[in-house]
Design a protein around this ligand. Structure first.
Ligand code: NAI
Length: 333
C-alpha cells in the first residue's frame, strides 16, 4: 500500500523503514503537519499516516478523500485530533495503535514526578555552576503519601502499580474500575475525594468532552496545599490558566507537564533560536516548580518499534480484509 507519512521526524523514518523491510509498503515521507492545506501531498496514496498534533478535522478529511485517500493511520493511541463524525460521513477508515508501551509513558511520568519532588532540574543546573547549597531543594517522602490517579487504563494501571511499590496509598478515579488494581490495593473514589486527599495527582485519562479542563479552578481550589500535579495525558485535560493562577498564589507545590493544550505550535520542533509567541507557555516556564518536557512520554526504542509495526500491520490488514487491526469507531453525532 502507498502511504504518505505526515509530520515526519528522523526517528519516524528510521523506525517505519526498519519495520517496512519485511512488509513492502511504499512509504512517502513528508515533514509537513497534516492539515487541510497539506492534505493534497497525499495525492496518489491510499493511506496517510498522522501523529498527535496533525489536524485531522473535517476540512482535512474532505481534502484527503478528494485526493483518493481511504485510510487514516494514526501512529499514536489518542484520537482526539480526528473528526470521527466527518470520517464516518466520508466513508474513511481510521486506525490507531491502542497499545505500544504503557511502560514508556508510565516511566516518564515517574521520572517527572521524582524530578519535580526532589527538584532534580534545579539541582542539576546548580551543581554545574558550582553551587552545592540545598536551599530550596527540599522534597517529601513519596512513601506513605497519597497518590491520586485519574484514568487507570493501560498507562494509569502501570503507574499505579509502581506507586504501590513505592509504599504510597493510591486513590483512583475511572468510570471503569480495574478489579485487579483494586485487589492490589488501589482504592477507587469520586474525583472530589482525589482532589481533596492527594499529595500527588497524575492524569492518565483520554481527552474527551468529559475530561476537557478536568483540572480547573474549582478543582484546584479544593486540592491540598503543596500538591504535585503531573500531566502526561493530553494538554487540555488541565486548564493551564487556572494552574498558572494557583502557582502564582503558591497553592500548588509543583507542576510537571509532558503535554500542553497549545503544543501543536511548539513541540517536536527546534525553536531555540526563535521567540516563543505563546505567552501562557512562556509564563509557565518562569516558575521554579514547573517542569515541562515536549511530549516525549512515548519516546523509547520499544515504543517506537511497536508503533511502527502496528501502524504498518493496520495498513496490511486493511489491504487484505478491508479492516485494519485496530479501527477507531467513526460516525455518530
Ligand atoms: P486507555 O484507553 O488504556 O486508558 C484510559 C482510561 O481512562 C480508561 O480506563 C478509561 O476508562 C479512563 N477514562 C475515560 N474517561 C475518564 C474520565 N472521565 N475520568 C477518569 N478516567 C477516565 O489509554 P492509555 O493507553 O492508558 O492512555 C491514556 C492517555 O495517555 C491517552 O488517551 C493519551 O491521551 C495519553 N498518552 C500520552 C502519551 C505521551 O507520550 N505523553 C503517549 C500515549 C498516550
Amino acid at each position: 500500500m502507498r502511504i504518505t507519512v505526515f509530520s515526519t521526524q528522523a526517528h519516524d523514518r528510521r523506525f517505519l523503514q526498519a519495520a517496512n523491510l519485511s512488509r513492502g509498503h511504499r512509504l512517502d515521507f513528508v515533514e509537513a503537519r497534516l492539515d487541510a492545506g497539506s492534505a493534497t501531498l497525499a495525492a496518489g496514496s491510499e493511506a496517510v499516516c498522522a501523529f498527535v498534533n496533525d489536524r485531522v478535522d473535517a476540512a482535512t478529511l474532505e481534502a484527503l478523500k478528494a485526493s483518493g485517500v481511504r485510510l487514516v493511520l494514526l501512529r499514536c493511541a489518542g484520537f482526539n485530533q480526528v473528526d470521527l463524525v466527518a470520517a464516518g460521513r466520508l466513508g474513511l477508515t481510521v486506525a490507531r495503535v491502542p497499545e505500544y508501551s504503557p511502560h514508556a509513558v508510565a516511566e516518564h511520568t515517574i521520572a517527572l514526578l521524582l524530578a519535580l519532588n526532589r527538584k532534580i532540574h534545579r539541582a542539576y543546573a546548580r551543581v554545574r555552576e558550582g553551587n552545592f547549597a540545598l536551599d530550596g531543594l527540599l522534597g517529601f517522602d513519596l512513601h506513605g503519601s497519597t497518590v491520586g490517579v485519574v484514568g487507570t487504563g493501560r498507562i494509569g494501571a502501570c503507574f499505579a502499580r509502581v506507586m504501590l511499590a513505592f509504599g504510597c496509598r493510591v486513590l483512583a478515579h475511572d468510570p471503569a474500575p480495574d478489579p485487579a488494581l483494586q485487589a492490589a490495593g488501589v482504592v477507587y473514589a469520586p474525583l472530589d475525594h482525589l482532589w481533596a486527599r492527594s499529595d500527588v495527582l497524575s492524569l492518565h485519562c483520554p481527552l474527551t468532552p468529559a475530561t476537557h479542563h478536568l483540572v480547573d479552578e474549582a478543582a484546584l481550589r479544593v486540592m491540598k496545599p503543596g500538591v504535585l500535579i503531573v500531566n502526561t495525558s493530553r494538554g487540555a485535560v488541565v486548564d493551564t490558566r487556572a494552574l498558572i493562577a494557583a502557582l502564582k498564589q503558591k497553592r500548588i507545590g509543583g507542576l510537571a507537564l509532558d503535554v500542553y493544550e497549545e503544543e501543536a505550535d511548539l513541540f517536536f520542533q527546534d525553536l531555540s533560536a526563535d521567540v516563543v509567541q505563546d505567552d501562557v507557555f512562556a509564563r509557565l516556564l518562569t516558575f521554579p516548580n514547573v517542569l515541562v518536557t515536549g511530549h516525549q512520554g512515548f519516546f523509547t526504542h520499544q515504543a517506537l518499534d511497536a508503533i511502527a509495526t502496528t501502524t504498518l500491520d493496520n495498513a496490511a490488514a486493511f489491504e487484505r480484509d478491508g479492516r485494519p487491526l485496530h479501527p477507531v469507531a467513526v460516525g455518530g453525532a
